[in-house]
Design a protein around this ligand. Sequence first.
Ligand code: SF4
Length: 352
Amino acid sequence: MTMDKTTAKKSAGGKSKMDGKETLLSIQDLRVWFELRRFGFGRAGHVRAVDGVNLDLKQGEAIAIVGESGCGKSSLMKTILGINEITEGKITFEGRNLADMSKSELDWYRSQVGYVQQDPFGALAPFMTIERILEEPLIIHGVKSKQERMRRILKVMEEVKLTPPEDLLDKYPHMISGGQQQRVVIARAMILEPKLIVADEPVSMLDASVRVEILRLLRGLQETHNLAVIYITHDLSTVRYFSERIFVMYAGKLVEKAQVDELLESPKHPYTLALLAATSDPDADNALEIKEVPPGEPPSLVNPPSGCRFHPRCPYFMENVCEVEVPPEFEPEPQHFAACFLFDPEIDAPAP
Ligand code: SF4
């Protein structure tokens, strides 16, 4: 890892290539804590699943949130989807605060945010035909004309390459392949013409042979519809497919963010370095999973380590620094941010 401390400074914003586009989703100092209760003894603490996350997403932008399981990325995703309650901070969509939305505004919000689940078979009701699965969101959101519903179903099936549609409409999920099931999930996420798709490990349960096809499909939909996409994954090797920026998450916090090429070619945070080292091949055509995880275990989110939460696993740990204070975000390269004291120009840190 190279580091030029002369350029390191605490983050102070700046221009990115997405500047000029409207902000679609803004997450400000978000905390999502779950209360732990011990039977008969009342409250036993909190799981700090998301702990001070800031993130802006522009219209039409694709980002990836990357981290090991248990890092808080799924809790963050469920909070964006309105499933988890916000403990502190706020999420705004087109400038509207989710917490202030009325029921009808929340219905509108849910129509604007499509969700692609990790397990397509588990996500599809086994007793519903493909037609019924795709029709249901249209009925719920008030599309009264059967003719209009069918027009939209056939259109979205063509787009996700579920063809010919007439051969598939009356099939049940167990009658089609895993790849086709995931295309149905994507079609359902797209059918209300959302502005944002949240894709939670959308290829991790698919055969290797169809993973690339599904990622390319998502990329094509993103470009055609100017969709914003949040791609949640543990796998850095797939993010080049359609992410413009990467956010690396560890123990409830974002620890590094940058444009995708910049981050993959010049990672800064020791946790990102460990994730990349564990990735078998950064070329997504050849490799689709991390073979090893960084040494040690992700920390408990009930009693996370003091200071930098990565310090018990970090090979660059600096005594009396890293375990004492939470590292703020520094900007070692323009628009490349890392929450790590190695980039504090006031600390004489060892060059990693
Ligand atoms: Fe490692 Fe310290 Fe940086 Fe944390 S702040 S990642 S412990 S060097």
